[in-house]
Design a protein around this ligand. Structure first.
Ligand code: NAD
Length: 381
């Protein structure tokens, strides 16, 4: 069978779902590989590099979709792409199935099988295919780099002949995958780093990375926020008040705030209010990784950088992984080729789409003319 990757068509998207290195692995699984001409250019992978790896370079997107049995891409496909699916083709991509009924209907009507990368169950066996974590890790790292780029001072404290420089103080709100990556980056740059999460179990992880966990003055100390599967639930009004009171206390102290707080299938909780922004020092920076879901900071504008009247920079970019396209493409392409390895048990270049397999079943959103989303809960943790 042939697996191919088109050039992403979403404006500004620089990632690519196949790299020369991942193609070599796919070829070992028995597949022929193809890419659309120029598909990897924005991520730093030339057509020649693909050719050297044994990948066919196809001139147009239409010809690529036609020639391939399996199409791997990054962004949720657009209608023009879905219309290129035909019976029995497999598409592997981020797909946003919970908010993409039309996409699933179209794929179903074409008789195509769709694997949605964000639906890979977050169980140990599937970590190698967990593209959400790969991308969140990059976003967390890049959020700190972006903050540093907009912050006029060092992260680490220094004593120099020209004077003493205090270390920057960074607060990370939400210590999931992106938050922990931000904490690691911030502490390694030498900033005094604080972190908060509604899930009490992350305090140990935060502290093991050299940051200080922020505890609340709340009776049932942080017992509020954990839901199932390692995700957060909506906080009670009392807990939220205690959290906001703590943030109000911290706002004049911290130089950089990285917010990453999300609750599955909801708008992001609003945690950094206008008065907190107003209380921050001029030159402070907020990077809101929840911008795509409405933002954790009241003043965040998605996809923009704004500077408030009191000199606080608020960054609401939603494309951090694409801003590090070489790295994110490498990790995403690796996630894809691990998915392909599970779909190719005989390593003979033939897909066996085993709907009894928890991981494959969990990620499949259309199969043989049916919508198979949402999946049943996985059997194994
Ligand atoms: P996420 O992106 O849904 O949320 C980010 C963080 O925001 C979470 O830690 C959440 O607790 C926190 N949050 C929500 N509301 C908040 C609030 N009001 N204040 C402060 N923080 C708030 O989560 P994620 O990064 O995708 O990961 C969630 C969990 O899943 C983590 O425990 C992670 O370790 C786990 N996980 C497991 C696997 C695996 O086993 N394969 C893979 C990935 C993630």
């Amino acid at each position: 069978m042939k697996i191919g990757t088109p050039k992403e068509i979403f404006a500004g998207e620089s990632r690519v779902a196949m790299t020369p290195a991942s193609a070599l692995q796919l070829i070992k699984l028995g597949y022929e590989c193809a890419i659309e001409k120029g598909a990897g250019a924005a991520a730093g992978f030339s057509d020649d590099a693909y050719k050297e790896a044994g990948v066919e370079v196809i001139g147009t997107a239409a010809a690529l979709w036609k020639a391939c049995d399996i199409v791997a891409k990054v962004r949720q496909p657009e209608e023009v792409e879905l219309k290129r699916l035909t019976k029995g083709k497999t598409l592997i991509s981020f797909f946003n199935p919970a908010a993409n009924e039309a996409g699933m209907e179209l794929a179903k009507s074409k008789g195509a099988n769709v694997i949605a990368m964000e639906m890979v169950p977050r169980i140990s066996r599937a970590q190698k295919m967990d593209a959400l974590s790969s991308m969140a890790n990059i976003a967390g790292y890049r959020a700190v780099i972006e903050a540093g780029n907009n912050f006029g001072r060092f992260f680490t404290g220094q004593i120099t002949a020209a004077g003493k420089v205090p270390p920057a103080k960074v607060l990370v709100v939400g210590a999931g995958v992106a938050g922990l990556a931000a904490i690691g980056t911030s502490t390694s740059l030498g900033a005094i780093t604080y972190a908060f999460d509604v899930r009490p179990e992350v305090a140990e992880q935060v502290e093991s990375m050299g940051a200080e966990f922020v505890y609340l003055d709340f009776e049932e100390e942080q017992q509020d926020g954990a839901a199932t599967g390692g995700y957060a639930s909506v906080s009670s009004p009392e807990f939220r008040e205690a959290q906001l009171a703590k943030f109000r206390e911290l706002a004049p102290e911290v130089d950089i705030v990285i917010t990453t707080a999300l609750i599955p299938n909801r708008e992001a909780p609003e945690l950094w209010t206008e008065d907190m922004v107003a209380a921050m020092k001029p030159g402070s920076v907020i990077v809101d990784l929840a911008a795509e879901k409405g933002g954790n900071c009241k003043l965040t504008v998605a996809d923009e950088k704004i500077v408030t009247d009191n000199g606080v920079t608020i960054i609401g970019y939603t494309d951090f992984p694409s801003r590090m396209a070489a790295q994110s493409s490498t990790l995403y392409a690796t996630n894809i080729r691990h998915m392909m390895a599970d779909l190719t048990p005989e390593k003979d270049g033939q897909v066996i789409h085993d709907m009894e397999d928890d991981v494959i079943r969990g990620a499949t959103v259309t199969f043989e003319g049916e919508i198979t989303f949402p999946p049943p809960p996985p059997k194994v943790a």
